[in-house]
Design a protein around this ligand. Structure first.
Ligand code: NAD
Length: 390
């Protein structure tokens, strides 16, 4: 089948198996050019198939020499339809890691369920040397979660908390549309915390500990975003921000939980990047387009792979151990929040319109990143050729 991008409301509904494979291989090759990371060798990645989770896994394996077990929730490709990008990414990663003599396996299952926890625990015992893990990366991002105890399904919403907030939504060509976000109800905020807060991470760490599969010195990291005051109304001070505050508080509880293993539970605050979800958040997409151009001009721009490589090398497994700020979080957003970068984005923010965005924003980079997430617009891939979607 010949596969083309099918985009509706900024959401790409198709993926290209050959393009996805090429991107994963490209990132693996880049990581291999980086200095080796001295780190433990048994890593579990929850949310391993795309974005920050995949990048962490690639760095741990190809720069850190780690065996990795991944969990993600994918739609498999069928003869009629391509699967999700993560389906092809996982397959490419596993094959490439195994070809280098590393153990690698990806489990396709709902990470929010107790059954998946049981499957993963059984797998850890048999898959990793000594039946334990040294690092657990929590990189799930999902719009829905079914509570594993009650069976109730919760949906997250992207809304403000107090006042309506008007911002531009941007499509992939840089067209802007003003959108007003209404404040969330108490139930909507609670549901967002249920989905994207720390409850599930805590359930994972506690279950893994109880099963005796966490090694002494275990490190577990989950990812958050804080960002700039420009996006605070919709992100940090919105429903998603409440969920992130919950996640961040969970790190403190888990830190206590892991003290007898001399373990660490902490948060890494990552940079704003184009992902399938960030591309549709009004205000955030415009901020990212402006930010990227400025950071690229300054030579400080990073993608997921650069962020996660630097995080493991310098901030988690460097000579100083885990490097945290005064609030106990690892800061990978340090370059994004640099005063000069923020001053330049702020100077454009209030007067942004389509013309200014076209002149001053990195629309090309934004679109390319987005298309690449789905395996499109990848150099060297023949998009007119028939491809196997299975
Ligand atoms: P992503 O959408 O690229 O990846 C999410 C992963 O979670 C995928 O592997 C997906 O398959 C998996 N997943 C989703 N639901 C699942 C389920 N039920 N069971 C198993 N796996 C499931 O997301 P991302 O942007 O890499 O985000 C990862 C984390 O980083 C999130 O906590 C996010 O808030 C945070 N973060 C993102 C940004 C950004 O700009 N994108 C910035 C800072 C922090």
């Amino acid at each position: 089948m010949v596969i083309e991008p099918k985009i509706m409301n900024n959401i790409c509904l198709t993926s290209h198996p050959v393009g996805c494979e090429a991107i994963v291989k490209r990132d693996i090759e880049w990581v291999k050019t980086q200095p080796k990371i001295t780190m433990p060798k048994r890593v579990l990645v929850l949310g391993c198939s795309t974005g920050f989770g995949l990048a962490t896994r690639i760095s741990a394996a190809f720069s850190g020499g780690a065996d990795t077990l991944g969990v993600s929730f994918e739609k498999e490709g069928s003869a009629k339809r391509p699967g999700t990008p993560g389906f092809y990414n996982n397959r490419t990663f596993d094959a490439a890691a195994q070809a280098e003599g590393l153990k690698a396996e990806s489990i396709n299952a709902d990470a929010f369920s107790h059954d998946t926890r049981k499957t993963v625990i059984a797998k850890i015992k048999d898959f990793f040397e000594g039946g334990q893990v040294d690092m657990v990366v929590y990189s799930l991002a999902s719009p829905v979660r079914t509570d594993p105890d009650t069976g109730e399904m919760y949906k997250s919403v992207l809304k403000t908390l107090k006042d309506p907030y008007t911002a531009f939504a941007m499509d992939l060509s840089g067209k802007l549309k003003s959108m007003t976000m209404e404040p969330a109800s108490a139930e909507e905020t609670a549901a967002t915390i249920k989905v994207m807060g720390g409850e599930d991470w805590s359930l994972w760490v506690k279950a893994l500990k109880e099963a005796g599969v966490l090694a002494q010195g275990i490190k577990t990291v989950a990812y958050t975003y804080i960002g700039s005051p420009m996006t605070f109304p919709i992100y940090r001070e919105g429903t998603i921000g409440q969920a992130k505050l919950h996640l961040e508080a969970s790190a403190k509880d888990l830190q206590k939980e892991l003290s007898d293993l001399k373990g660490e539970a902490f948060i890494s605050v990552n940079k704003a990047l184009v992902t399938r979800s960030s591309a549709v958040i009004p205000g955030v997409s415009v901020y990212i387009a402006l930010l990227f151009k400025i950071m690229k001009e300054k030579g400080t721009h990073e993608g997921c792979r650069e962020q996660m490589q630097r995080m493991l090398t310098d901030k988690i497994y460097g000579s100083e151990g885990t490097v945290m700020d005064e609030t106990g979080m690892v800061r990978m957003d340090d370059w994004e929040l640099a005063d000069d970068v923020q001053a330049e984005v702020t100077a454009l923010w209030d007067s942004v319109d389509e013309e200014l965005l076209a002149a001053k924003g990195d629309l090309e980079g934004f679109k390319k990143d987005y298309m690449e997430l789905h395996g499109f617009e990848v150099e060297g891939v023949d998009y007119s050729a028939d491809v196997d979607t299975l």
